[in-house]
Design a protein around this ligand. Structure first.
Ligand code: IMP
Length: 468
């Protein structure tokens, strides 16, 4: 990276460094989403990376899309941790991540073309699993099969990145390929031969079922293509457990970057309309291979309204298309990965409180507040009612969630624009009341409010006025 770009990307301006207000201690930290993804985690991670030596991804794959805006430059990262934009940080893709080699090489090349250094600062776990083209095909055919069986509402609405089938192969074991095998010519050949044999039988049957043409996969051609991609990735592949263990011993600070979000968690989300990994802080330990209790600071990112892309319930979805569309346009609510329009809802505090508890959040960062500016009244979901009965907790059953009648409180809106506000006290009183309701309901301190996507648009919440 040239010096100019490096200087642009470095956290040199203390005004643009909100980390002191975001972090309560000097331990290892994580940033996770508390809704359905797209809360703006990338901005928060980027703001924090200057205070950490390593930034680690522990779950998901290139289904995630983290947008980071620096000055007038916008970076969309999918697999590479957001720390790559900080010249000092080592970026680790942990064993719990599933890696699409073609996507990752493309991301590395795109970053380098824009002057961002990607070399020894990127380390990839030798135990991470590899997403192959047949996983993407399987993903697509499974969605078509579900649609054929039960109609569109049964479809998960996946990103089509092969994430679910890759994690399924991880559990299946014999058809899986890990990074250490990808970069070992003989192991790759052996593993591919088995996997392709099985996939050809399985995918032909699935394709036949949904009436799609199917060309059997050619193991030789796939081997040639992936052997070449492996050559590009090999210098980055290592034992990241050892790397992180040494870093901890040496007193280096680690930031764990969650992908997707709590309500998409495979175990705790709105199953089956979820992704295929543990997206909460609970996933850090198996997904990055660090001992339980490593992380002392869990920052949950909450967007001040709800968005969801793909299938599945969203209890507080806005029926009034005019309001929903306004928020979608102002908030640019279109998928970073797929470009799909997101479904828009009011803030759902039942879901946020559940997610904060699940993650063990120590602090909250609010995003998207400016999107709400100008609406005369705002609705906030504060409870769930089903069949005349009020639920005390977020339910396990997605079917039940579909039938929920949200209990709303209507609060006063506020006028914008607020994107120039740099001190919490400068925000309109109604906006502060709105943000503080999140703190009141979850019992977790709001540490900062983002009033726009820029590095300098993270407004710290003065400690004295926060809950803990
Ligand atoms: P998959 O992860 O591609 O299997 O998709 C499963 C579900 O999670 C779909 O509804 C996706 O739209 C959703 N999803 C996965 N990753 C993200 C994300 O980063 N943001 C928002 N939605 C996501």
């Amino acid at each position: 990276m040239n010096d100019q770009t490096s200087a642009n990307l470095a956290l040199s301006d203390p005004q643009a460094d909100p980390a002191s207000s975001l972090l309560a201690d000097r331990g290892h930290a994580c940033v996770v989403g508390l809704q359905f993804g797209d809360e703006g985690k990338g901005q928060v991670v980027d703001a924090l990376t200057g205070h950490f030596d390593l930034v680690v991804r522990f779950n998901g794959g290139n289904n995630a899309g983290h947008s980071v805006r620096i000055g007038n430059q916008k970076f969309a990262l999918h697999l590479i941790p957001s720390g790559v934009l900080n010249p000092r940080a080592i970026n680790v893709i942990g064993n719990g991540v599933v890696i699409d080699p073609e996507g990752l090489v493309g991301e590395i090349d795109a970053l380098r073309a824009r002057g961002v250094a990607v070399g020894e600062n990127l380390r990839i776990s030798d135990r991470a699993h590899v997403v192959m083209p047949y996983h993407k095909l399987q993903d697509r055919l499974m969605e078509l099969a579900l649609g054929r069986l039960h109609g569109q509402t049964a479809q998960i609405g996946t990103t089509g990145r092969g994430i679910g089938p890759c994690y399924a192969d991880k559990a299946q074991r014999t058809t899986a390929i890990r990074m250490h095998e990808l970069v070992d010519e003989r192991a790759l050949r052996r593993r591919l031969d088995t996997a392709v044999e099985v996939k050809n039988v399985m995918l032909a049957a699935l394709a036949g079922y949904v009436g799609e043409p199917f060309e059997p996969i050619d193991a030789d051609a796939l081997f040639e293509q992936y052997h070449e991609l492996a050559r590009r990735l090999a210098p980055h592949v290592c034992d990241t457990m050892e790397l992180l263990a040494s870093a901890r011993l040496e007193g280096q600070r680690i930031l764990f970057e969650g992908a997707n979000a709590a309500l998409l968690d495979i175990d705790h989300g709105t199953f089956p309309f979820v992704t295929s990994s543990n997206t909460t802080s609970l996933g850090i330990y198996p997904g990055a291979a660090v001992p339980g209790g490593t992380v002392s600071e869990v920052l949950g990112v909450v967007k001040c309204y709800t968005s969801r892309v793909g299938g599945g319930p969203s209890a507080t979805q806005i029926d009034d298309e005019l309001t929903a569309d306004r928020l979608r346009q102002v908030g640019n609510e279109f998928g970073t990965t797929t470009g799909r329009p997101r479904r828009i809802g009011w803030l759902d505090l039942m879901a946020v409180r559940y997610a904060a508890k699940l993650n063990g959040c120590t602090g909250i960062v609010c995003t998207g507040l400016s999107v709400l500016a100008g609406l005369p009244r705002l609705k906030v979901g504060v409870g769930y009612r089903v069949d005349g009965r009020e639920l005390r907790h977020f339910p396990a059953d997605a079917g039940l969630l579909e039938r929920i009648e949200p209990i709303y409180e209507t609060v006063e809106g506020f006028e914008g624009p607020i994107d120039q506000c740099r001190r919490y006290e400068d925000l309109p009183q109604a906006a502060r009341t709105y943000v503080e309701a999140i703190e009141g309901f979850t019992g977790v301190a709001v540490r900062a409010v983002c009033v726009g996507p820029g590095r300098d648009q993270i407004v710290p919440r003065p400690r004295a006025s926060s809950a803990n």
